[in-house]
Design a protein around this ligand. Structure first.
Ligand code: ADP
Length: 502
């Protein structure tokens, strides 16, 4: 039932508006109780008024019944006193009185229609047995009541005892009651119905007035209550349109405060991303421009010398070739980085023997190590097979070993240790190199970050190697950690799950 109502509500677009909902709730909360109250009070009014009328009439006809006996009216209807009383009561209640004797014959009808006729109705028969009756006919607006006309005579049994007169008198007097006739009265309830209608009309007017006032209050409240949300929307709009960088505070509600907080966090995150994108673009441009500027300077200086010797040409062309190679390396690194920035779905996972992969990397790097007089040591604790992207992991580990060789000292060493537990394999690359200052350890993974820019440049670094490495490892759901001591060496520890976690 409730989901059905929800569905229905959702289909009516206006009911999706919080303002419309607040308006409706206030309106219904005001109108429903007043409608219920009106219905309850009016219904109750009729019942109460009929009850009071019945009690009144019952008292009057009781007195009347006694007078009928006193004036022997059932035998002789000429008593002016009784006739005047009958007239008065029937006028007072806008009703009709019938007096019926023991033969069920009507001796008096205040309307003068039924006199002499016989009436044998259930109520009359019951009344002769001593039962009062009262029936309210709500449709025809009248109450019909019967009451027995009782003749009560007292007889004295005559058993008076000397010395205890009072007691004896009370106990020995007998009351004999005889029903001599029946009084039947019909009383109109038109007056009550008219009163009910007047009350109902007044209540309706009151209700309409309340409804109009409530509509006004509900509209005003809905507008006021919704205002903070409009302010939030305006503040967000201002940021979106670029009028301001920071979202204006809207402190009215806790809820709006939460929205603003959440939105501010999104905005500042976007700003950080935008700043880093801008920084990256300017770094890329700068890095790509440097070799070109060098080439231009070399070429210009050759062109300026009309008779430059062949050796100078050769020397400058060699430098130009080196710069081209450097430009090429930066572009290749950038392409690798872009590839690594993509989603993990681009991974080409297969089961790889890490020992063999490591040996291949070391074999490829041995010539560079030999050139720098650096010794490469590989220690494998066990055979390790893991689900990895062979190309990307090779690139990551090669970068680390290459750095360990590049940032080493003469006659230094690089020790690579491979180990695994039942969940992860670890590769530790330790070197005896120049080390990384403590304060730079957190930044070395940033794109284009170099501890010593000119030294890195001299040995062919681009500042992109560790960024590529870290991305590749994160794609494998692994981790990378560096510890270092300046002038003593650095140790990188890479930890990667044996089974790939999608
Ligand atoms: P680069 O191309 O300059 O080597 P990387 O991203 O590979 O760029 O490394 C960033 C910086 O971290 C390097 O410039 C260097 O200063 C520092 N670095 C990286 N590895 C080592 C290491 N094994 N020993 C000392 N310094 C290192």
């Amino acid at each position: 039932m409730i989901p059905k109502i929800k569905n229905y509500v959702n289909q009516i677009r206006i009911l999706k508006s919080l303002k419309a909902r607040i308006f409706l709730i206030i309106l219904l909360a005001g109108i429903i109780p007043s409608a219920v109250m009106r219905y309850g009070v009016l219904e109750n009014y009729v019942d109460r008024a009929v009850e009071v009328r019945e009690r009144d009439v019952q008292n009057q006809i009781q007195i009347l019944a006694n007078h009928l006996i006193t004036y022997n009216y059932l035998q002789d209807t000429s008593s002016e006193v009784v006739n005047a009383e009958l007239e008065q009561i029937s006028n007072l209640y806008d009703g009709r009185i019938l007096i019926i004797n023991q033969n069920f014959s009507v001796v008096k009808d205040t309307y003068g229609i039924s006199e002499g006729k016989t009436i044998i109705s259930e109520e009359v028969i019951k009344c002769f047995k001593g039962e009062n009756s009262s029936n309210h006919d709500a449709n025809n607006h009248y109450i019909e009541m019967t009451t027995p006309i009782v003749d009560a005579t007292t007889t004295d049994a005559g058993n008076l005892k000397a010395g205890n007169t009072t007691d004896a008198e009370t106990t020995d007097i007998e009351i004999i009651k005889e029903i001599k006739g029946v009084l039947l009265i019909s009383v109109s309830t038109d007056g009550i119905v008219t009163n009910q209608e007047i009350l109902s009309r007044k209540a309706a007017i009151l209700e309409i007035t309340i409804a109009i006032v409530l509509i006004g209050i509900a509209m005003a409240l809905a507008t006021v209550l919704i205002r903070p949300f409009n302010r939030v929307a305006d503040a967000i709009h201002d940021v979106k349109e670029g009028f301001t960088d920071e979202i204006a505070a809207v402190p009215d509600y806790l809820e709006t405060e939460h929205i603003i907080d959440a939105y501010s966090q999104v905005v500042s995150r976007m700003k950080i991303l935008d700043d880093s994108r801008q920084e990256f673009v300017s770094n890329v441009s700068h890095e790509l421009k440097t070799p070109i500027t060098s080439m231009k300077v070399l070429a210009d200086s050759l062109l300026m010398q009309k008779d430059a010797p062949l050796e100078l040409y050769q020397e400058f062309m060699e430098d130009i070739a080196n710069e081209i190679e450097r430009e090429n390396k930066i572009i290749n690194d950038l392409l690798s980085l872009v590839k690594m920035d993509k989603t993990a779905a681009d991974l080409n996972i297969s089961n790889v023997n890490i020992n063999e992969l490591m040996e291949l990397i070391l074999k490829r790097l041995t010539p560079i190590a030999n050139k720098q007089d650096v010794e490469l040591i590989f220690e494998s604790m066990r055979q390790v097979d893991a689900e990895v992207d062979e190309v990307k992991l090779t690139l990551a580990l090669s970068n680390l070993v290459e750095n360990a060789i590049k940032y080493n000292k003469e006659n230094g060493w690089v020790r690579i240790m491979l180990d695994a537990d039942h969940q992860f394999f670890t590769v530790e690359i330790a070197d005896s190199g120049i080390g990384i200052p403590e304060e730079s350890l957190d930044q070395i993974y940033e794109r284009f970050y170099r501890v010593d820019k000119s030294h890195s440049r001299d040995i062919g670094g681009t500042g992109l190697g560790l960024a590529i490495t870290r991305n590749a490892i994160l794609m494998h759901r692994g981790s990378i950690k560096a510890t270092s001591k300046e002038e003593e060496g650095t140790t990188f520890t890479v930890k990667i799950p044996l089974s790939y976690i999608a």
